[in-house]
Ligand binder design. Structure first.
Ligand SMILES: *[C@@H]1O[C@H](CO)[C@@H](O)[C@H](O)[C@H]1NC(C)=O
Ligand SMILES: [Cu+2]
Length: 126
């Protein structure tokens, strides 16, 4: 009896340990990208994602002067039209870390004229 309980406890301990390891390794595997490279989040960043591979859980870091720019998470249509939908999530710290969700992730700067000046990116996270 006591022996049996002990084994069950062990199984749980091992399962929890494996789960913790799994979660840790997923976080460890997440890549961190500085959007726009060393120059940061600015005009003409639209081509920055080209040739890069993104996975769900990867982190995009947007660095910019918050007096002049922001980051708005938008859907594909708003990305294309540069129109900010009502209720869109706005980031404005100047050093925003955004974790990618699976699928298409699109961001624009919605200061007047900036999205139109190619201050926008869309990335597909596998
Ligand atoms: C940018 O987005 C915010 C939040 O939705 C909105 O209040 C603001 O009017 C937008 N700016 C422009 C220029 O569309
Ligand atoms: Cu801007």
């Amino acid at each position: 009896m006591v022996q049996g309980r002990g084994s069950a406890g062990h199984v749980v301990t091992i399962a929890v340990t494996l789960l913790v390891l799994l979660v840790h390794s997923e976080i460890a595997n997440a890549a961190v990208f500085q959007v726009g490279g060393p120059g940061g989040w600015t005009f003409n960043t639209v081509g920055w994602p080209n040739g890069k591979k993104f996975r769900a859980g990867d982190v995009l870091v947007f660095k910019y002067n918050p007096s002049f720019h922001n980051v708005v998470a938008v859907d594909r249509n708003s990305y294309n039209t540069c129109k900010t939908p009502r209720g869109a999530r706005v980031y404005k710290s100047g050093n925003d870390r955004i974790r990618l969700a699976k699928g298409q992730n699109s961001f624009i700067c919605n200061f007047t004229g900036h999205c139109e000046a190619a201050m926008k990116i869309t990335v597909f996270a596998a």
